[in-house]
Design a protein around this ligand. Sequence first.
Ligand code: SAH
Ligand code: SF4
Length: 356
Amino acid sequence: MNDFKKNLKNYSLIELESLVKELGLPRYRAEQIYKAIYVNRIENFDQITNFPKELRIQFGNSFILNDVVIHRKSVSKDGSVKFLFKLKDGKLIEAVYMPWLTEEDELERITLCISSQSGCAIGCKFCATGTMGLMRNIDTAEILDQILLVEKEMGQKLNNIVLMGMGEPLMNFENVTRALNILTDEKTELFSRKKITISTSGIAPKIIELAKEPRPVKLAISLHATTDISRQMIIPIAKTHTITKLMDAVEYYYKTTKIPVTYEYIPLLGINDTPEDAKRLARIAKRVPSRINLIPFNDISFTGVGGLSSELKATPKDKVREFAELVRANGAAVIIRDTFGDDIEAACGQLALSEK
Ligand code: SAH
Ligand code: SF4
């Protein structure tokens, strides 16, 4: 029934201004709606108290404010919570809520990892999302609602947002950048751009475009290999976006934004974990101020996908520590990252797959 009604969270402030103009309304109405949605978090048009009643009815007849629902929620022993959302056409996306504690067990900050697409077309061999292919791009409202619905459900304000869930954010560029612009706009009082990280498998030209955004955010690069040959084995787009092209784009991003870059690297047994890899990794990472996160591999054999995916194994922990030491000795900053939600299939794409 709502098919013809447009979701107002798909409009930037400028687009809302054009919309109210088309409706013959004064321009200030746009900012009133915008603030009602993001600052006052209205759930229906009756709650826009600075709108006359007829206008609230007019908006209610033509627009909606939400078409995403929380479909499933799993709570881990470590406090992280995995949310599975159902979209209006039944497609699924997921987000993971991660509370970081201090050594005294006090809540330090909360990070939400959100999706940028339903599924993903890139098909990385180590990734559960990659095995399902792309269902579809999600719209701006579907990106924003993961955040707004989790804040409402948990009754808490989130501190950091990372686009590291399902999907390749730079393959859904327009919706992702529109959402980032809304999130970092002072008028919405949502997030500082320093609290948002976008993670990409390395679409070089889009990284350059992203650097030109008005309020650029932190960038994480899923590097995962130090030679084109080994990178191409596990990340299919590495054939087009070679390490040289990728690093030129990363350098441009740093020079334009002055924001240090994060590299993500999953040590995989016999694929990318030799001492030569460690030295090359340090050399690559040192091109701009950066930090490397070594991420423990989450086995994806549950997907039933064959080929290389079924053969991948995590490098043992003691070898990862040696690898990290060697990277450090070669002058790059590196940490071994903790994982969240090992008991709730919290890794990328796992919950949506087990639902299927
Ligand atoms: N498409 C983007 C963002 C989503 S993936 C990208 O590739 O960067 C986010 C991160 O999850 C990536 O660094 C990816 O390498 C990591 N990841 C995917 N599958 C994983 C697995 N099985 N174990 C550990 N990390 C994984
Ligand atoms: Fe897509 Fe990222 Fe998974 Fe690769 S790692 S398949 S780019 S979601």
